[in-house]
Structures are given as C-alpha cells and as structure tokens.
Design a protein around this ligand. Structure first.
Ligand SMILES: [Zn+2]
Ligand SMILES: [Zn+2]
Length: 204
C-alpha cells in the first residue's frame, strides 16, 4: 500500500504519508502535531516530501505544518473555504485553544475535481463540506483519505463553527457512490473498508 500512517497529538490525529514507491515522492496529509516523529518516519523511509495536503483546516490536523514546511521547503495545499475559515476570528480562536499559531500561507487552494500528483500516483479532490466548509476527501489508488468526514462506524461532528449537518449528509451520499472495496483512511481512529461502512455505519 502506498502510504504510511502515524497518530499524533492529544486527539490522536492520523497523519498519512502517501508516496510513490519508485521515486519516493510523498504527500504529507494532515500533520497535526509531533513534527519530530513525522520527520523521523519520512527520513527513515527515505521519502521526498513534495507538499502538505490538509483534509481540512482544523488545528488538530495542522499543528506541525509550519515545522515541516521549514524543514523540507514544501508548499501547503488546502481548500479555499477552510483557508478563509481558519483566518476568521472563530478559526484563530480554535487554533489558539490547541496552542497552534495561524496557518502559514496556502500556496494552492484546492477545488473539487482537482488532481494531486505524487510521482506516478494521483489523488482526486472531492469537496465534502459539513464537518467544516472546506473539508475534502482525497481519493485514488483504491484509497479514500476521509479526514473528519467519515470515521469507522461514525462521522465527524457538524456543530463546530462552519459545520453544517445538511451539507455533511450530502457529502456522505457522495461517498456511498465510491467503489465498495475502497479502503477508508480517516482523520482519527482505525482504517476501514467502504463495504463494511455501508453495512455497519448508521450514518451511511
Ligand atoms: Zn476537524
Ligand atoms: Zn480532527
């Protein structure tokens, strides 16, 4: 499987390293905290980080962004709606609660349908608002990085600033259309397979 994962920080956020085995190109997905442990895993596996991609802007997914950007000289990619949300008073307040500074400059504002290239591999961006206005799913290589939109047996909350229950329902309906054998890699907790979620997850 073309990824590694480690859980970081107080909320045990899953940080994923999505990489192309041949060239070692790597996208760092949701480096929420503990930059040192993330860098150690990158270096042990001789990966070459090309960008940081956030499934959404919440600070438990972004706490190590600044350190990784400085170390590897890589850009930050995030959906426009969450870039805006995290610069708002509510967003800055949430970041402060986590002891995380303001988000560094976002070089690429993601849009629905974008293709993210990682060596010879690709991930498609699916805009999935509901947990936050700029949440995205990253889909490709039989994997779905689902952020805080879908967890094993559960879904993300929609009662934080910028959350919207109706939008979350629509986003979950899009997930139902993906191939059932898709491996689900959520922002917190264990991985799953979409087929199991379709059977057991009351929200799907
Ligand atoms: Zn979140
Ligand atoms: Zn989270």
């Amino acid at each position: 499987m073309p990824y590694l994962s480690l859980d970081v920080g107080a909320l045990e956020t899953n940080c994923y390293l999505f990489y192309d085995e041949a060239g070692r190109d790597c996208l760092v997905i949701d480096p929420g905290a503990e930059a040192d442990r993330i860098m150690a895993l990158i270096d042990q596996n001789k990966l070459l980080p090309r960008a940081i991609v956030l499934t959404h802007g919440h600070p438990d997914h972004a706490g190590a962004v600044a350190s990784l950007m400085a170390r590897y000289r890589i850009p930050l990619w995030l959906h426009a709606a969450d870039e805006e949300a995290m610069r708002s008073a509510a967003g800055l307040g949430l970041a402060a609660m986590f002891g995380v500074g303001p988000l560094p400059a976002v070089e690429r504002l993601l849009r629905d349908g974008d293709t993210l290239v990682c060596g010879r591999l690709e991930l498609k961006v699916i805009h999935s608002p509901g947990h936050s206005p700029g949440s995205v799913l990253l889909h490709g290589q039989g994997l779905l990085f689902s952020g805080d939109t879908l967890f094993r047996g559960d879904v993300g909350r929609s009662d934080l600033p910028g959350g919207d229950e109706e939008e979350l329902r629509r986003s979950l309906a899009m997930i139902r259309e993906l191939p059932p054998e898709t491996i689900v890699l959520p922002g917190h907790g264990p991985a799953s397979v979409l087929e199991l979620e379709l059977k057991d997850n009351p929200y799907l």
